[in-house]
Design a protein around this ligand. Sequence first.
Ligand SMILES: *Cc1c(COP(=O)(O)O)cnc(C)c1O
Length: 490
Amino acid sequence: MSFIETRGNDGVRAKEVEFSYAILNPIASHGGLYIPKELPALGEEFMSSHIDKNYKELAFDILSTFNVDIDAEDLNEALNLYDKFDDENNPAPVVKVKDDLFVNEQYHGPTRAFKDMALQPFGSVLSSIAKKRGEKYLILAATSGDTGPAALNTFKNKEGIQVACLYPNGGTSDVQRLQMVTEDGKNLKVLGINGNFDDAQNALKRLLDSDTFKATLAEKGINLSAANSVNFGRIIFQIVYHFWSYLELLRQNEVKMGEKIYLVVPSGNFGNALGGYYARKMGLPIEKILITSNENNILTSWINEGSYNLNDKELIMTKSPAMDILKSSNIERIMFDMFGADRTRALMEDLNTKNEFQLTASEMAQIQEIFSATYSDDTYGKQTIKKYLDSGYLMEPHTATCIKAYEDLKEKNLKCVIYSTAEWTKFSPTVLNALKEDNISYSDKEALDKISNDFDAKVPEQIQELFSADIIHNTIIDIEDLEKEIVNFI
Ligand SMILES: *Cc1c(COP(=O)(O)O)cnc(C)c1O
């Protein structure tokens, strides 16, 4: 299958590229993104023939229908990474919470957040391509907490790949920081910077523009790539688990083949939701995809009002930090799919030059046919965590935003799958504040111990081990020293 570009072609790049090219060079003409030229149709027949298949087999078959130019052997090696999840045959279990409410738990991987679902196999695929071509890649990542650990974990000791990961010193949870600074691999560099996440991300962008930096990379024969969800190599693995949700409901006798369901996706960069959108287009019976946000509710305005305006929004630090984002990269792929390349390019140009764009009423209606949106604040989140634990289900703050959509946006009496994107152990101080209804600032270690004792919840080994692991990376730098540090590393 070939891949085309969301903002049209610039006459310099190839008009159509293969999957491997799109993932090694994720930025397309005019700053656009790569998308598949067409989507395979996977209807009821496909579903019926996959009822008894395990997750890896399902993923292999879905990627095969995309005809990706990856050898079967390399693809299998990538999918075998799901063996590191709690249950290798069911890496993303679907758990019943109420008659019409199910949770797809996406956090059973090595770093206990949903980024593992895609970054584990993606990292493996990327390194096998690099190895075959004899090429060297530097992956740069700025993280507010979940992408960093997942990227380091998947690329550790991979031939031909080096990773430099920047995090805001003091801006992540203890668990997230320890997951990064204790990750041992000679191809990994983890740098704390004096500044917040925006500073880290901006510093990275400046570095990518720096002529001396580019010259140094060229001299050493190193290419640059990105591991964030602008990369279609991540998106393709995110289509799979939506099919898995439906197959699980079929297996549990909760739906009949063809019966529609709702999906609820807690969204930031919109990669997870985009995977659901493609799954729906490929034939999965999805009534609607319900999008939830925290107080950084720009996606709510985009869907409900057709307006995307960065001028009147300021980034707010919330207790669901993985969704503290205002520039959501993957909505571009939705707009391309609905409105075409010319219109998408014009809208994205408006966003670049005026910091905003406005959709027409009919464009907005098109979006609303498939998506509904709402948001909630931290108070709602904490109340929800308490309420659900009282009836036996422990969730963390990102997952709690899904309940708002389940309560407010589900119009029909259909089953609803919400996506739980992190384990409670990654955000334990907030969860403990919710359960105890206090505002004490607990350390992660304190909160983990208290919750596991008082509420009988298990802390997995991957998290427990962090507190006694050796610190490998202890460099904290000022932003001015970034280029020097990374050049020394490579
Ligand atoms: C990354 C992340 C999200 C947002 O997912 P997108 O695909 O970027 O929309 C939500 N919750 C958690 C815990 C995350 O790590």
